[in-house]
Design a protein around this ligand. Structure first.
Ligand SMILES: [Fe+2]
Ligand SMILES: [Fe+2]
Length: 134
């Protein structure tokens, strides 16, 4: 079973965004599976790097839409993104310093992604769908 299962609660009902969120879930699950089978720190670092890169790509996608359609809550949402990026960079630094990824880290990553989707991303769903974003 996957560490994070995709459920309808996570859907913002915008196919392009859901696809990106599913990718993020997939990368975290991949990281978790790698930990389970005891992959080397270097492998874990590479996957965490992929997660950080894809996070930035995804956040930029959302922020472009906010700008394009003048989403009223853009500033708050962007500061939430900035804080999430800082947290993932912090985790990268820890791993680079040789610290293993603990179960606590995985709980953090699960919360980090799912809470942002369910609390912040869900807020723009109605607004962007009304603009015809798919
Ligand atoms: Fe977001
Ligand atoms: Fe998102």
């Amino acid at each position: 079973m996957s560490f994070i299962s995709w459920t309808d609660d996570l859907s913002v009902h915008i196919p392009s965004v859901d696809a990106q969120h599913k990718n993020l879930v997939g990368i975290i699950n991949n990281l978790y599976d790698s930990m389970q089978v005891g992959k080397a720190n270097g492998v874990m670092r590479k996957i965490l790097g992929d997660l950080a890169d894809y996070t930035v790509t995804h956040f930029s996608y959302e922020e472009r839409l906010f700008k394009q359609y003048a989403y009223p809550d853009a500033a708050t949402h962007q500061s939430s993104h900035a804080s999430l990026v800082t947290q993932i960079r912090e985790l990268q630094k820890q791993l680079e310093g040789g610290a293993p990824i603990s179960i606590k880290t995985f709980s953090f990553l699960k919360k980090w992604l799912t809470e942002h989707i369910m609390k912040d991303d869900q807020k723009y769903s109605q607004f962007l769908r009304a603009k015809g974003i798919q």
